[in-house]
Write a protein that binds this ligand. Structure first.
Ligand code: ACM
Ligand code: ZN
Length: 761
């Protein structure tokens, strides 16, 4: 017999008019993230009159969440005869695991912790009608299909990030965001609070952080790559008061979400330096940044900076109960350190080799301070450069190399590689998408993410705590835009971090997303809907070329035209690949029996002489920009004129590449052309010169010529030559531009090369 206090309460709600008695029956469970095991049983549980909820104090948060959810969102009078029980079950292995049993007269939630029970409640919530979410339920009786669900997460770190430095969002919005995380069984909110463009957390000891660092004079309009830069001439800013921070942290706690604050150092500190110029190497007065990018003024390694940072961290620690404080560490140019007397002295007195080791000194010194206060640090993967601070957890964003290196050194890792976790990238190739930073990260790619890098063995893999989706807000100035970029990719991420990979199936997932969208509507969440979009691919096999169309949702009809007209309900139904023998325009869309569902897909195929021929490249494109692979360079389809992240452009980082095309037979050639992306603000540079070689016979010597490319500020640079008259083999050497020059974005780093279709006519 337990002596723990058992709380039993009933909820009585009378209502004035309604006497309807409709019945809502949940269908096959459509839960996101998909649970480990779900077994449907006979019968229904009736949620219709006074249901008693019983729980002991272990389950206070989860039981009260459920009580409020039902009471506040429906007119259901709960039934005395039926009850919902929260049962402590020590045999459940995972502290976040649960069993949810829905029986005809009882719902039993078993867990070892309140957190586990909370996730059972989130599952139960998804078995209730969407109308619960906004209180629009008209039914008085809800029947829930009897079933048993046993469930537990795959990873213990399941996170979402939000940058409030570039743009600021209301306290209510932050709570709505946390609500969504909790609904999807995510347990960490990474709150990116300080940036070059704004300092967003009140620090009482340093009032200028509120007066100066929290505001910028104006903001860049349009995309960074649009030249010349234009500004809105409007002061922008604000910050969260410590009272608001406490309110948000407590709100998150009541949903089992941990808030990890990020205080960026030593870089991305221009706003703080604008308020207190003595924190920088030169002491020069700078402004809070008004455009995006990486900036040279960073914190100086002199003692007074550490005094400031420790004071700031003292106030931060008092506000955030989380074990971790994120200290940034990314994108800190060493330009100013190189010529600073303080920093150079520090390098000498601490016996450091260079500025990278000085960064390690900086991070380790902050780590020691935080450790002494009982906190652990997380930092972006640059904190590996110059040696890793002894207890640091690494957030791996520049691919997975940092993760592998850290895990092999027995350091914990959170995975956020740009290739799968950057939700500020485009999610569709549709030209109508709102402006985004670049890149291309469709829903399916997020869904396919495996947080464990293949290079790790089982023992090393244990250091991968989990993964996180990142929302950088340079191009998201409104809450609606943040939601649009977060949803539905956050649904995919929830399944990546929670569900067993053996239960994951993309076509099943998108059906659940289609169903889940109704819940998002009820929650007034602005999601992107690309479920009815079409993708196409040019296939060349056995000397024939055809074009295939496919849609994400499989049980609908694709209709298409080849005459440039918009497809309608009477257009040809797509049943098999379309044969391509000449230049062709395809337009297609998804239809149900009554109407078109999604946007119109449109593709222009330029059927030139290299289409479908053999191509090899001596380097693998970067995983974020691998497009359709090498064959995408001769598939008759050119990349976007405004986005290098689509599947036609191939991106390589800092490498010379060599491309060889075999036309299959000696071919008369009139022209040879290609183009390079040249968005310097995004570190992308066209090469200065191509080396082009060609021959008619495998045994022959190549004929070589060089094609200069004029440096220019144009976003795309074309190369066209008619020097080749006849060839079978064409070999193109594309040298990387080299190191990005001083005063340019990314100065000192290697440039990217992006190449588009190679057109042979
Ligand atoms: C980052 O995206 N700079 C971590
Ligand atoms: Zn310095």
């Amino acid at each position: 017999m337990s002596f723990k206090k058992i709380v039993v309460f009933s909820v009585f709600i009378s209502f004035l008019f309604s006497c309807k008695s409709e019945e809502y029956t949940t269908k096959i469970p459509q839960i996101i993230p998909i649970p480990n095991n779900q077994t449907i049983r006979d019968g229904y549980f009736a949620l219709n009159s006074k249901v008693a909820l019983s729980y002991d104090n272990t389950f206070k948060i989860s039981a009260e969440f459920l009580k409020n959810y039902i009471e506040d969102h429906s007119n259901i009078e709960l039934d005395n005869n039926n009850d919902i029980q929260f049962i402590l079950d020590e045999t459940i292995e995972n502290t976040e695991g649960y069993t949810l049993e829905i029986l005809p007269y009882q719902i039993k939630i078993r867990a070892k912790t309140d957190q586990g029970a909370f996730y059972a409640v989130q599952t139960l919530r998804q078995l209730l009608p969407e109308a619960f979410e906004n209180g629009s339920l008209s039914e008085e009786k809800i029947s829930i299909q009897c079933m048993t669900i046993t469930d537990a997460p795959q990873f213990k770190y399941r996170g979402m990030h939000l940058d409030v430095g570039r743009h600021l969002f209301s306290v209510d919005f932050i709570k709505k965001y946390i609500d969504a995380l909790a609904m999807l069984k995510m347990n960490t909110f990474h709150w990116h609070l300080t940036e070059d463009q704004g300092w967003r957390i009140e620090i009482k000891k340093y009032p200028k952080l509120q007066e100066v660092a929290a505001y910028r004079n104006e903001t860049l309009i349009g995309h960074y790559s649009d030249q010349p830069h234009q500004f809105d001439k409007k002061r922008y800013g604000g910050f969260y008061t410590q009272e608001e921070v406490k309110e948000i942290v407590s709100y998150a706690q009541s949903r089992h979400v941990t808030v990890i604050p990020e205080i960026e150092l030593p870089g991305h500190a221009q706003a703080a330096i604008a308020a207190y110029p003595n924190l920088s190497c030169t002491g020069e007065q700078v402004n809070v940044a008004t455009k995006w990018g990486v900036f040279d003024p960073i914190y100086c390694s002199k003692d007074e900076t550490f005094v400031f940072l420790e004071d700031v961290l003292d106030e931060v620690i008092a506000l955030f109960p989380s074990e971790y404080i994120h200290i940034g560490g990314d994108e800190a140019p060493k330009t100013k350190w190189k010529t600073c007397q303080h920093c150079q002295n520090r390098i000498k007195t601490e016996n450091l080799k260079n500025e990278h080791e000085l960064q390690n000194y900086f991070i380790t010194r902050i780590e020691k301070y935080l450790n002494s206060k009982g906190k652990q640090i997380i930092g972006w993967d640059e904190i590996l450069e110059g040696g890793l601070a002894p207890n640091a957890t690494v957030m791996s964003w520049r691919g997975t190399k940092g993760a592998v290196k850290a895990a092999k050194q027995k350091h914990n890792v959170v995975m956020t590689p740009t290739s799968h976790c950057y939700f500020d990238y485009y999610q569709s190739t549709n030209p109508d998408e709102p402006t985004a930073i670049g890149g291309f990260l469709p829903l399916e790619k997020v869904y396919d993410f495996n947080p464990i890098p293949l290079e790790l063995n089982k023992e090393e893999a244990k250091y991968i705590l989990g993964a996180q989706g990142n929302i950088w807000t340079e191009y998201m100035s409104t809450e609606d835009q943040v939601e649009y970029m977060a949803f539905p990719r956050i649904l995919a991420m929830s399944e990546v971090v929670w569900s067993q990979s053996s239960n994951k199936n993309y076509s099943d997932f998108v059906k659940r997303v289609e169903y889940f969208n109704k819940r998002l509507d009820a929650l007034d969440i602005n999601y992107a809907n690309h479920l009815y979009e079409i993708s196409g691919e040019l296939i060349s096999e056995n000397k024939t070329t055809s074009y295939t169309l496919s849609s994400t949702i499989k049980d609908k009809t694709i209709r298409y035209t080849l005459d440039n007209n918009e497809p309608t309900l009477t257009s040809e139904i797509y049943t098999k690949p379309i044969s391509i023998t000449k230049n062709t325009n395809i337009k297609a869309a998804v239809f149900d029996s009554e109407k078109r569902l999604g946007n119109i897909f449109s593709e222009t195929i330029n059927y030139h002489k290299a289409v479908g021929k053999k191509i090899t490249i001596n380097k693998t494109p970067h995983s974020s920009y691998s497009g359709s692979g090498p064959k995408g360079l001769i598939n008759g389809i050119s990349g976007s004129n405004t986005r290098y992240g689509d599947k036609e452009w191939l991106g390589f980082w800092g490498e010379d590449i060599e491309i060889t095309i075999d036309l299959g037979e000696v071919t008369e050639i009139n022209s040879f052309e290609t183009r390079f992306y040249n968005s310097n603000g995004q570190w992308i540079y066209a090469p200065k010169e191509l080396k082009i070689r060609h021959k008619t016979d495998i045994e022959a010597e190549y004929i070589t010529f060089y094609e200069k490319i004029k440096t220019s500020n144009d976003l795309i640079l074309n190369v066209k030559t008619n020097t080749i008259r006849k060839a079978r083999y064409i070999n193109i050497i594309v040298p990387n531009f080299g190191i990005i020059p001083d005063k340019k974005q990314g100065a000192g780093n290697k440039a990217w090369t992006f190449i588009d279709e190679i057109i042979v006519n």
